[in-house]
Design a protein around this ligand. Structure first.
Ligand code: CP
Ligand code: NVA
Length: 303
């Protein structure tokens, strides 16, 4: 039994298999979830993750059951462990979006079925899958290409960096001090695969030579009280036309990516997200294809 709490729960070969399964025609996957349930528990709001994962379950023949976090009440109504053991008897997979990564880890420790992390404070591995698939479809193999991420080193940045290094990309993070990856984290990610990761504080230096420029909100869910302070600190990390014109490689202008939801006028300007090099819609739609790919993988389908 395999869980998917972090990108690093997959080996490099597994990651390649999941991305291959994500592009396989749906009928070739069979119906591995036929007659089975998948629990989708959300402690935080969602558009893409809920919709795409529910549809992926349906495409694999299963039945998704959405549940609000406060309905099950992790450690309030009953313990995370009791919830995991009961729900494992109803469902083929338990999926959860949580504030504290420790909660998905405890679900996985007590569940007897695979557990899928649908975003925690630590990581957003489903997003990392969609991000790497979208980059591969747009620029080809990631090996030796430069992938920049500008902004807060958060859950999305961590999963993106892990998956990209595993696939051979050179990741450059452009993050302000105090909101960056730290030396131990950089060393951990650098060791994950053939790619590399480095970090700079200057956003223009971060995007130089990059084929793709990623960003995400400066204020993640749960950090709303820090919004004013973060907006001030991250001001010069906005992805705008000037920053995009510092990016690009021998293949041409850089592509722009964002996991969404986007806060236009803060981390990205309208002109960039609506521009001809924006990949955000394809990236968002790939959330469904990669959710299907990883659910197929977790339930034993192989390319
Ligand atoms: N990118 C993403 O996870 O979006 P949602 O929060 O809408 O699910
Ligand atoms: N970093 C953001 C991603 C939202 C999809 C958050 O955690 O709120």
């Amino acid at each position: 039994m395999r869980h998917f709490l972090d990108i690093t729960d997959l080996s490099i070969d597994d990651l390649v298999e999941v991305l291959t399964l994500s592009e396989a025609p749906i009928p070739t996957l069979g119906r591995p979830l036929a007659g089975a349930g998948v629990a989708l528990i959300f402690e935080k709001p969602s558009n893409r993750t809920r919709q795409s994962t529910e549809m992926a379950v349906v495409q694999l023949g299963g039945h998704p059951i959405y549940t609000r976090g406060d309905e099950v009440g992790f450690d309030v109504r009953e313990s995370v462990e009791d919830i995991a053991r009961i729900m494992s008897g109803y469902h083929a997979v338990l999926a959860a979006r949580v504030f504290d990564h420790g909660v998905v880890a405890r679900l996985a420790a007590s569940a007897s079925v695979p557990v899928l992390n649908m975003l925690s404070d630590r990581s957003h591995p489903l997003q990392g899958l969609a991000d790497t698939l979208t980059m591969q479809q747009t620029i080809g193999a990631l090996r030796d290409r430069t992938v920049a991420y500008v902004g807060d080193y958060n859950n999305v940045a961590r999963s993106l960096a892990e998956a990209s290094v595993m696939l051979g990309a050179h990741v450059r993070l452009g993050c302000p001090a105090g909101y960056d990856a730290g030396d131990d984290e950089l060393a951990r990610i650098d060791a994950l695969g053939p790619g590399t990761v480095e970090q700079v504080a200057d956003p223009s230096a971060a995007v130089r030579g990059a084929a793709v420029v990623h960003t995400d909100t400066w204020t993640s869910m749960g950090q709303e009280a820090e919004k004013a302070e973060r907006t001030e600190i991250f001001g010069r990390y906005q992805v705008n036309d000037a920053l995009m014109s510092s990016a690009g490689d021998a293949d041409g202008e850089a592509w722009f990516m964002h996991c969404l939801p986007a806060y236009r006028g803060l981390e990205v300007t309208d002109s960039v997200i609506e521009g001809s090099r924006s990949m955000v819609w394809r990236q968002g739609h790939n959330r469904m294809h990669t959710a299907r790919g990883v659910l197929a993988f977790l339930t034993g389908v192989r390319p």
